[in-house]
Ligand binder design. Structure first.
Ligand code: FRU
Length: 469
């Protein structure tokens, strides 16, 4: 491969590892001005393999610096997905009172165990860092949560939650095949089962993975808990996707408010996303990032030296749409810093680069259509018609690597679309309707650069911001 082929489709402002394979975001935490992002990583190939935790940091959620690999596989297994917490009170005893540890909680995946047909090949282990996440030491008593007889037993997301009596405990939200199990601990080392959730409710077209339990205040002031559950396969666009439940979490039990199935992102390419821990009190946002791919074709997309990018970082909040609570995913405000040259668009315009944000105000008719085209006659369509918002990538470039890639993906939107923010990068598009009341994220592999943006219908005015750094 020539250098340019090796870098073809490398995003400008989305995180990608310099080389090798990446999947889920892991262990995100904030400390001392740095947002940490770890991820499922295999440095020696561009397909999935022995999993490590790769590591990157950012001070603004937009510019990422890749650091050395944080956690390596060992005799207990590959290092699968998980989370990290700042153990400020040194409850684990793994740091000191003066220098409390960051504790990572991850899944051990024992390949030999899996091959031999055992059912107990996934367990939970911990590692700690006392130097701001730069180096990690595994706890000698691993695993801290041995398998309990369920084959799929993984992706611990830990957070500190206050109990009814005011004391705090660590709560682990864990995916166990077709359900979520909640465990509690006071020292991050000894865990006891609290409760289970999920059988007979929600989407079950595949295994449950990568959960997250997050507190929110609803628009009316009510306290709610949102449970994110990724599922593969069984998503609304085939393959992987993330569903969520809204309810209460009391006395260690999650109780959903209703049985509605909700999807975080209706595009095909946002999976296994979770939220940052330990954000400062001065910035009480809920920040999320997802893996911008789909297990259907993640390992065969046409990139050469690396595979997979993360989505842009998003701020999650609860919104009320005609009496129904939904999760909104808005692009983080830091992305506005990237805005360079601005081009006002009337009906059509050339593009200044492949890395742009398109902003459009709709004309009130509640249907719209816009298209990107290139010199080879390829096109990407984004529209709303008869209550469905769609991205049509069926003619948007390379797709022969997988039969399901060339497709149109639609999402129901019963309420009015007022404006659009569309983040285009070298091999992706993220469409935020009404600043994220509805989101679709999609990969794209155009055979030549997008050249022209056309507003076909329903758009009052629009602009393109060049985001090329
Ligand atoms: C989700 C997932 C997780 C697992 C990891 C392995 O994409 O399957 O459940 O921990 O990837 O890389």
């Amino acid at each position: 491969f020539t250098p340019s082929q090796l870098e073809e489709f490398r995003p400008e402002y989305h995180f990608t590892p310099a080389k090798g394979w990446m999947n889920d975001p892991n262990g995100m935490f904030f400390l001392d001005g740095e947002y940490h992002l770890f991820y499922q990583y295999y440095p020696d190939s561009t397909v999935w393999g022995p999993m490590h935790w790769g590591h990157a940091i950012s001070t603004d959620l937009v510019n990422w610096e890749e650091l050395p690999i944080a956690i390596y596989p060992d005799s207990l297994g590959y290092i699968f997905s998980g989370s990290a917490v700042y153990d400020q009170g040194n409850t684990s005893g793994l740091g000191t009172t003066d220098n409390p540890p960051i504790v990572a909680i991850y899944t051990y995946h024992n390949m030999e165990g899996e091959r031999s047909g055992a059912s107990d090949y996934q367990s939970q282990g911990i590692a700690f860092s006392t130097d701001k996440g730069r180096t990690w030491v595994k706890y000698e008593g691993n695993p801290v949560l041995p398998n309990q007889g369920i084959r799929d037993f993984r992706d611990p997301k830990v957070s500190e939650i206050a109990q009814a009596d005011g004391t705090k405990q660590w709560v682990m939200t864990l995916a166990a095949q077709d359900r979520i199990q909640f465990f509690a601990s006071t020292d991050l080392k000894n865990w006891g089962l609290l409760s289970e959730f999920g059988q007979g409710i929600g989407a079950h077209g595949g295994v449950w993975e990568c959960p997250d339990l997050i507190p929110f205040t609803a628009p009316n002031g009510d306290q709610k808990w949102v449970l994110l559950v990724s599922i593969n396969p069984g998503g609304p666009q085939k393959g992987s996707a993330t569903q969520y439940f809204i309810g209460s979490f009391e006395n260690g039990t999650f109780t959903p408010d209703d049985t509605m199935i909700r999807w975080l992102d209706y595009g095909p390419d946002n999976y296994a996303g979770v939220t940052w821990s330990n954000l400062p009190k001065s910035d009480p946002r809920t920040l999320f990032i997802g893996w911008m791919s789909n297990w259907l074709y993640a390992q065969v997309v046409p990139t050469q030296s690396w595979r997979s990018a993360m989505t842009i970082a998003r701020e999650l909040s609860l919104i009320d749409i005609n009496g129904v609570l939904l999760l909104k995913s808005a692009p983080v405000k830091e992305l506005e810093k990237l805005r360079g040259e601005k081009i006002d668009v009337d009906l059509s315009s050339g593009l200044p680069s492949q890395a742009v944000e398109i902003v459009a105000t709709l004309d009130g008719s509640d249907s719209f259509s816009l298209t990107l085209t290139n010199e080879l006659g390829e096109s990407l369509g984004i529209n709303k018609e008869m209550g469905l918002v769609s991205i049509d990538r069926s003619k948007a470039g390379r797709s022969t690597f997988h039969p399901d890639f060339a497709a149109m993906h639609s999402a129901p939107m019963s309420w009015k679309a007022k404006d659009l923010r569309i983040f285009l990068d070298a091999s992706s598009v993220e469409v935020f309707v009404n600043n994220g009341e509805l989101v679709l994220t999609s990969l794209l592999f155009q055979s030549s650069p997008w050249k022209k943006l056309s507003f076909n219908q329903g758009i009052e005015k629009g602009s393109i911001f060049n985001l090329k750094k």
